[in-house]
Design a protein around this ligand. Sequence first.
Ligand code: F3S
Length: 93
Amino acid sequence: MTHATFRVHVDPDKCQGHNRCYSVSPDLFELDDLGMSSEIGTGLVPPGLVSLAKLAVENCPEHAISITEATEATEATGVTEVTGVTETAEVRP
Ligand code: F3S
């Protein structure tokens, strides 16, 4: 089974510390001692916070935040591929 997931990322070269991202969604962004933002952890956005993540992207005046969609497997695939030649045995009475 697969589902769409989103990740946010703050470009540290573009961030100027406007903190709008943190105001919009403190669950997705954290600030350092100088007020510069970065995504929390891997930037993975929980399904319920996707709209806030997009709002943060739209509200950053430096366009420092990007959001990417990725499809990830939620379960081990466990696919067993079977290849081979089917042999037919003739049985004659
Ligand atoms: Fe930086 Fe933009 Fe947030 S400038 S602190 S990423 S609103």
